[in-house]
Ligand binder design. Structure first.
Ligand SMILES: Nc1ncnc2c1ncn2[C@@H]1O[C@H](COP(=O)(O)OP(=O)(O)OP(=O)(O)O)[C@@H](O)[C@H]1O
Length: 275
């Protein structure tokens, strides 16, 4: 264009000099949804307690009086419904489907709430899985959500890429166990967030230590923690050090995570409230 001001945000022309911005890739949620903040919970590897951390953040924010949702983007390994004791199918109308509410009022959407038999595996290719996650955003009616937590599958594959590109992610929390902190797995997650211009809110170290039930002494089962080193290297906050706690495992297994009364993620909650 001859009179180009180079301000693409005020011009709708589809010309060759238009630069695509991050906003161009964002996908709108359902027209009846009202979602204020989106927080991704990620990990470099599976089984480090990412779903547990998502659940603790969500249930504690709910207890603080916020309206909270969880979008379970871990399609091949969904564990959120089990941790919250939520089962059965979601309610759907022609207009869209509604998430299921937990006992404590956390709105949940997960592939397991669509399957007739939640023991059957989801054997889909990456783009189909990423498409399903997209539909949890566009076709689910999230009526009034202050904080939406997205439980991401482990690693840096299709789904995190889709979520980072198409959802307005306000920040991510990276979960790691002590072993990941000595390898470059956590650093890969930090680099991915930086490449995608997504803010890292901080690190959560899970299974940091165990506390002797008799004398209260903390034992670092996996050796000295390296979380502070990594945090310093990338200028990040350490949001929590969660111990191996048999009560956590028990509450997860019974679907009663909302009944856990421990202050493990208090610092993370304060950080989220500041967003
Ligand atoms: N700090 C802990 N203390 C005791 N048990 C824990 C702790 N963290 C996790 N667990 C147990 O490990 C199980 C697996 O954790 P979780 O599902 O959160 O891992 P994940 O990283 O989301 O796994 P995946 O990436 O494979 O989905 C939980 O259901 C819980 O029973």
């Amino acid at each position: 264009m001859s009179e180009c001001s180079h301000d693409c945000s005020t011009c709708s022309a589809n010309c060759s000099s238009r630069e695509q911005t991050k906003e161009d890739f964002l996908v709108k949620p359902h027209k009846k949804s009202n979602i204020k903040k989106v927080i991704g919970v990620v990990s470099g590897k599976g089984g480090v307690g990412k779903s547990l951390v998502t659940s603790l953040l969500a249930s504690n924010m709910k207890k603080e009086g916020y309206n909270v949702g969880i979008l379970d983007a871990d399609i091949t390994g969904p564990s959120i419904p089990k941790i919250f004791g939520v089962s059965g199918n979601v309610y759907a109308t022609k207009e869209g489907a509604y998430p299921k509410s937990s006992k404590g009022g956390v709105d949940i959407m997960s592939i397991n709430l669509l399957l007739d038999d939640d023991t059957k595996p989801v054997v889909w290719r990456g783009p189909v899985i990423a498409g399903a996650v997209g539909q949890f955003w566009t076709d689910i009616i999230w009526e009034d959500i202050d904080y939406m937590f997205v439980d991401m599958p482990p690693g840096t594959g299709d789904v995190p890429l889709t979520v980072f590109q198409t959802l307005p992610v306000d920040g991510i929390v990276i979960v790691a166990s002590p072993q990941e902190l000595v390898s470059m797995i956590v650093e890969k997650a930090v680099h991915m967030a930086n490449m995608m211009n997504v803010k890292v809110l901080g690190l959560v170290e899970n299974m940091s230590y165990i506390e002797c039930p008799d004398c209260g002494k903390k034992i670092n089962v996996f050796g000295e923690s390296h979380v502070d080193e990594i945090a310093e290297k990338y200028n990040l906050d350490v949001l929590a050090n969660i111990p191996i706690d048999p009560e956590i495992a028990e509450k997860c297994d019974k679907g009663e995570i909302e009944d856990l009364n421990k202050n493990y993620v208090d610092k993370a909650i304060e950080k989220l409230k500041e967003l």
